[in-house]
Ligand binder design. Structure first.
Ligand code: ZN
Length: 451
């Protein structure tokens, strides 16, 4: 980050300690009065020199001091901050995002679609927009359902044994009865689990829906689950079966599209319903999350996480005869701090303690043979951002995750720094640190802990 003139001239780098202050005071997860006070002398100084703050997240993204203590996040002409930037949203908006990634209470029905004529189709239909979904934006309801099913099925955990894709999918589908599509109708009652026979499902939709009690205010709806190859021409492309047209909003985790290639693979969930009373049932909104491969629906965020997982998997198998290691990919926020539902109270709470980071570790290596009080688990984070502000924020949230998990160890797999060495050397440093951590646990385990 830099300070500079409005036209971008005379740019001067901001020191890391000042970036810390700005993130604590004005970042999405900060905002307490004390942290703003701590940052105010820097903000005042920038304003008195008539400068702006330029962010490294995106060309032209700015923070503009006013009244000697506040920061505007953009001007009419400047772009918004990147959604991975600490200054992406206001602290109170951040809480709304945090809530959306917390676990979904199984007793709350999803109600994906309202009844016809009641305030429209609720975000569905007609839009060709592709919503970019990353770890830092509000999680759509479809994703909340998918993550809930994954957690309950244990598919976010990988032991030594890897199930076949079909078995993984069955375990996931089993959990459809644990969540409510609408009040009184479990997801399992209206589920298209064989996407390759989507047309069949659509032709039986009315008959199946007519057997169920639909509460007032919602229209008959169903969900679809599939491991898809991607999206082409707004059609969900399967590895077998006809592509299914997507009539509503498509959200892809962490990216703008889901191009189909030989290896592409996405665990996908969609809502099926009629967009108008007279129309045929269609696939409306869809959410897709990249998974490891065509044969393995273990979720990953991106190729960096694929690389990190590969290392963890090798270590798990290598040490498998000596100690049990489980790789977990957490899919919901592990934060425990709760905030008021009342908007005015929330502002007071933020002024007191600040807002909250999203706390979803990239991976947790678990050692089930150790008693929990030994804190043997290891948080593993994939670091693939270069920007100072982002890295400082991530370091802060790793600390919070460690605190939440009662101070377990954490190890970073860095893809950027140190930048004078090759990626191979950075990988080796990560592997060596993981081996040391695992071998320390082996020594303790050898002394009889947990046996
Ligand atoms: Zn930014």
């Amino acid at each position: 980050m830099w300070t500079g003139n409005h036209d971008g001239s005379e740019m001067a780098a901001i020191a890391d300690d000042k970036i810390h202050l700005l993130i604590d005071g004005y970042g999405r997860a900060g905002g307490s009065e004390a942290s703003r006070h701590a940052a105010s002398s820097f903000v005042r100084e920038v304003q008195s020199r008539g400068k702006w703050i330029f962010c490294s997240c995106r060309e032209g993204a700015v923070l503009i001091p006013y009244e000697n203590k506040f920061l505007h996040r953009r001007t009419q002409n400047s772009p918004s901050h990147d959604n991975n930037c600490p200054f992406w949203v206001e602290p109170h908006e951040q809480l709304d995002i945090v809530r959306s990634v917390r676990p979904h209470p199984p007793t709350w029905p999803f109600n994906f679609l309202r009844a016809f004529g009641e305030g429209g189709p609720k975000g569905v239909g007609g839009t060709s927009e592709i919503a970019k979904i990353t770890t830092q934006t509000r999680r759509p309801k479809l994703a909340r359902l998918l993550m809930g099913m994954i957690e309950r099925s244990g598919m976010h955990r990988r032991g030594v044994k890897q199930q076949e894709l079909g078995e993984q999918f069955d375990l996931l589908v089993d959990q459809a009865s644990s969540f409510l599509l609408v009040e009184g109708v479990p997801v399992s009652q209206m589920l298209c689990r064989y996407a390759s026979s989507f047309e069949d499902f659509a032709s039986r939709f009315d008959t199946q829906a007519s057997r169920l009690q639909w509460p007032e205010g919602v229209r008959p709806q169903a969900t679809l689950l599939a491991v898809a190859a991607g999206v082409t021409d707004r059609k969900l492309v399967l590895r077998s079966g006809n592509p299914i047209p997507i009539r509503g909003r498509l959200s892809v985790y962490g990216r703008k599209d889901a191009p189909v290639n030989r290896y592409s693979s996405y665990l996908s969930i969609g809502v099926i319903a009629k967009s108008r009373p007279e129309s045929e049932p269609a696939l409306l909104d869809v959410y897709m999350h990249p998974c490891l491969s065509r044969r393995d629906m273990f979720l990953v965020g991106n190729n960096y996480e694929r690389a990190t997982f590969k290392v963890l998997r090798k270590l798990q198998l290598y040490y498998g005869n000596e100690i049990e290691i489980e790789i977990e990919k957490p899919v919901t926020d592990i934060g425990k701090k709760s905030f008021s539902r009342d908007a005015a109270l929330v502002l007071e709470e933020i002024a007191k303690d600040g807002s909250q980071s999203i706390l979803i570790p990239d991976f947790i290596l678990r050692f089930p043979q150790f008693p929990p009080e030994l804190r043997a688990d290891i948080i593993v984070e994939t670091m693939y951002f270069r920007g100072a502000a982002h890295r400082i924020e991530k370091t802060k949230s790793i600390l919070m995750m460690k605190e939440t998990l009662a101070y377990v160890k954490s190890v970073n797999h860095d893809f950027c720094f140190p930048d004078h060495i090759s990626q191979k050397e950075r990988d080796n440093a990560f592997i060596a640190e993981m081996r040391r951590a695992i071998e320390r646990r082996l020594v303790i385990f050898g002394r009889g802990v947990g046996k």
